[in-house]
Write a new protein. Structure first.
Length: 297
């Protein structure tokens, strides 16, 4: 007669989960602490601020480590989490309250699951060369330049010429919506929120960065390690995104990825392929969280 599979929750001893919590905080503080210092000093950063402004997760919440769905946190320290959203007390400690989470977030979980599944089902495309950043600066009107403090590597005329000599094919709605009025008609697609699940593809740098957004949108159901992995990938992608842009980041110590040249295109695509591979693994882990929440496992 087969041995029944135990369904008892896994209880994490206080010394175990507090060590994981401390490791998580130390990891993300490499980005959080400088960001918080810049805010105190009133200093803007054209590359890293994006991770804390475009993405709406406050730095304090990014530092919160979660065990994900299932594990029970033992010890008195865990009771602090009863003041956090979607935690509850059970025999043995404190755990994520899946029922309460789904009562509030089931529609969002289903939407994220659908988007990630659709994206994962498509082949990655590597022919955009980061031209979305250039289309955001193409023949700009008043108020359309977001980083006015940064010089353009090729000047305005040179930037416009790069856009005019390439096929712009951005599939990501949240990149496309920042195109200038003159740049938007040059795109081969017209991505909208309604078509996001039909157009998003895993080679897109913005779709890869957005894995971080879906990770924090699903918190606290997402384990802290997965959230931090998604954030780290978003940071790496953001660096490439800006190095391949028209902006001159030499004053910040970064060399350009000159996508207007064959060598720059090759460098961009090689990095893009690496990010797509990392993103595929993280997308799969996020899908596992969605499936567990939706009872598909």
């Amino acid at each position: 007669m087969p041995t029944p599979v135990s369904t008892a929750p896994r209880v994490l001893a206080a010394e175990s989960w507090t060590a994981a919590e401390a490791a998580h905080q130390q990891r993300v503080d490499a980005w959080v602490v400088p960001h918080q210092q810049r805010r105190r000093d009133g200093v803007r950063h054209p590359v890293w601020d994006f991770l804390f402004t475009y993405y709406s997760e406050p730095a304090g919440r990014l530092r919160r480590w979660h065990p994900g769905v299932g594990p029970v946190l033992a010890g008195d320290a865990a009771r602090t989490r009863l003041g956090w959203p979607f935690y509850t007390e059970v025999a043995g400690g404190v755990t994520v309250d899946v029922e309460a989470f789904l009562t509030r977030r089931s529609v969002a979980v289903g939407w994220v699951h659908g988007l990630l599944s659709a994206t994962a089902s498509r082949p990655a495309q590597f022919g955009c060369f980061g031209l979305h950043e250039w289309a955001m600066l193409y023949r700009p009107g008043d108020g359309e330049v977001r980083h006015e403090q940064l010089p353009l590597r090729l000047g305005q005329a040179g930037t416009d010429a790069v856009v005019e000599s390439h096929r712009v094919q951005c599939s990501h709605v949240d990149a496309y919506r920042f195109f200038t009025a003159a740049g938007a008609p040059r795109n081969t697609l017209t991505p909208t929120r309604d078509t996001q699940q039909q157009l998003e593809q895993p080679g897109c740098l913005h779709a890869t960065m957005d894995l971080y957004k879906w990770a924090y949108k699903l918190s606290p159901a997402v384990p802290g390690e997965l959230l931090a992995d998604c954030f780290a990938l978003a940071a790496d992608v953001r660096e490439l995104d800006m190095r391949a842009s028209p902006y001159d980041l030499g004053g910040l110590g970064w060399t350009p990825v000159a996508i207007e040249t064959p060598e720059g295109k090759a460098e961009y695509v090689a990095a893009q392929r690496g990010f797509a591979a990392r993103g595929a693994a993280l997308r799969g882990r996020l899908l596992d969280v969605c499936r567990e929440l939706l009872g598909e496992r």
